[in-house]
Design a protein around this ligand. Structure first.
Ligand code: AMP
Ligand code: MG
Ligand code: MG
Length: 308
């Protein structure tokens, strides 16, 4: 007889369902036509009705089921009761088919920190670059990203032929990552993916120092990690502050669960304890394979300019 699923697997299963609902909300706000755009720190740092509703939906749904969790969401919202129709109570049966890795089987709720980016790639969402958009739910234990869920609401939106719209990718360290087909860039080819809306001289100098065959400029941290695990890019290089812990926690867990590596631009691991600074001031460097090729080519100028 099998025992009840461990807390971590129940949380990932709930986060999977909650992320699916988030994708539905994001598509509904877009099809409604009024995005309700607000500038946060400036024109390249936006919030829409979808960012607000999805954060409420994710945080309230998870808090109701797991009241002792620490949940940190990107958006600074005034307190307001969450509409019942934003609450998701389901849990993914697909996730619950898997056993919890033994090292995480006795974790308690109060030991977990959940980092939520309700809509990653907001700028691209407002510009109609819809497949750049993701929903990120990262789970940290002992300061380390150990599990993550990424929903991509507009996956397949240009495929036609009745292709299913949207997908959810998830992963747990020690178990693996699921919901996509793992692919690698051909051996010896250096394809770098980076920001399209937050570039700078430092960002571009760092990429040039890596002598890439190709540079792809797309929105979203979640989107760029999907490119790494699906063999569209070999490294995500961002020599700039700007990314926050909610941008990297879920992507890092999913990438690490398939043997990749995500760090700051100096090669230092991120910490995800509840009291940590939100800003990833020292940039981001991530690869599925061959981390040392890219890490060894980060110019000293970038390492000196970007202090954790
Ligand atoms: P990007 O690759 O530019 O889409 O950035 C990935 C994530 O980091 C997104 O959530 C961005 O909003 C965030 N980000 C990166 N740079 C900045 C910045 N300079 N200001 C605000 N957010 C940023
Ligand atoms: Mg983001
Ligand atoms: Mg966001």
């Amino acid at each position: 007889m099998s025992s009840a699923p461990a807390l971590l697997m129940r949380l990932v299963a709930s986060a999977h369902s909650v992320a699916d609902k988030a994708g539905t909300i994001i598509r509904k706000v877009m099809s409604g036509g009024d995005l309700g755009i607000v500038e946060k720190t400036g024109a390249n740092d936006l919030q829409t009705t979808a960012d607000r509703l999805v954060q409420q939906s994710i945080c309230s749904s998870l808090a109701r089921k797991f009241p002792q969790l620490t949940i940190i969401g990107e958006e600074d919202l005034p307190f307001q009761e969450t509409d019942e129709d934003l609450i998701e109570i389901g849990q993914s049966e697909e996730v619950l088919k898997y056993s919890c890795p033994p090292q995480y089987s006795s974790i308690k709720e109060e030991e977990l920190v959940v980092w939520v980016d309700p809509l990653d790639g907001t700028k691209e969402y407002t510009e109609g670059l819809l497949d750049h958009v993701t929903v990120l739910i990262g789970i940290a234990y002992g300061g380390k990203a150990i599990a993550g869920v990424i929903n991509q609401p507009y996956y397949n939106y240009q495929a036609g032929n009745g292709a299913v719209l949207g997908r959810t990718i998830w992963g747990v360290l020690g178990l693996g990552s699921f919901g996509f087909e793992l692919k690698e860039v051909p051996e010896g080819k250096h394809i770098i993916t980076t920001t399209r809306s937050h570039s700078s001289k430092l960002v571009n100098d760092c990429i040039a120092a890596m002598n890439p065959d190709q540079v792809i400029r797309v929105g979203g941290a979640g989107n760029k990690i999907i490119q790494l695990i699906e063999g569209q890019a070999s490294a995500y290089v961002f020599a700039s502050p700007g990314c926050k812990k909610w941008d990297t926690c879920a992507p890092e867990a999913i990438l690490h669960a398939v043997g990749g590596k995500l760090t700051d631009i100096r090669g230092n691991a991120f910490q995800y304890d509840k009291d940590v600074k939100h800003m990833n001031s020292a940039g981001v460097l991530a690869t599925l394979r061959n981390f040392s090729y890219y890490s060894s080519r980060v110019p000293d100028s970038a390492k000196e300019a970007l202090v954790p």
